[in-house]
Design a protein around this ligand. Structure first.
Ligand SMILES: [Zn+2]
Length: 115
C-alpha cells in the first residue's frame, strides 16, 4: 500500500467516525423527540394532528439518518477488510477526489450514475 493511499485511508477513517458519531446523536435525538411528541396527551385534535405530522417527519429523519449510518458503517468495514476505495459494482478504483468528498462511497462515479 502506497503512502498516498495510507494517508487517504487515515483521512477517511477519521471522517467516517466523525460522521458516525454525529449521525448516531442526531438519530437518537430525532427518535427521542418523535416519541415524546406522540406520548404527549393532547385534547385538541388539531394540535394532535400537528403533533403526529411532526412526529412522522422526525421519524422519517431518523430513518434517513439510519440509512446514512449503515452506509458509513459499511465503509468502515471496507476500510478494515481492505476493500475500501474499490467500486463494489465494477471493481475499479474509486477516484481520490470522490473518496475525499464522499468517503462512504461504495461505487465509482460511473457506476453511481448508472443506477
Ligand atoms: Zn464502478
Amino acid at each position: 500500500m502506497g503512502l498516498a493511499k495510507e494517508s487517504l485511508e487515515r483521512f477517511a477513517r477519521r471522517a467516517l467516525w466523525d460522521r458516525k458519531r454525529s449521525l448516531m446523536t442526531r438519530r437518537e435525538a430525532a427518535e427521542h423527540d418523535a416519541s415524546e411528541l406522540l406520548d404527549e396527551k393532547e385534547s385538541d385534535w388539531e394540535d394532535r394532528a400537528a403533533h403526529v405530522g411532526e412526529a412522522q417527519r422526525l421519524q422519517r429523519l431518523a430513518d434517513a439518518e439510519r440509512t446514512q449510518l449503515a452506509r458509513v458503517s459499511a465503509a468502515l468495514d471496507r476500510l478494515d477488510d481492505g476493500s475500501w476505495g474499490t467500486c463494489v459494482a465494477c471493481g475499479a478504483a474509486i477516484g481520490e477526489a470522490r473518496l475525499r468528498a464522499v468517503p462512504e462511497a461504495s461505487r465509482c462515479a460511473r457506476c453511481t450514475n448508472h443506477t
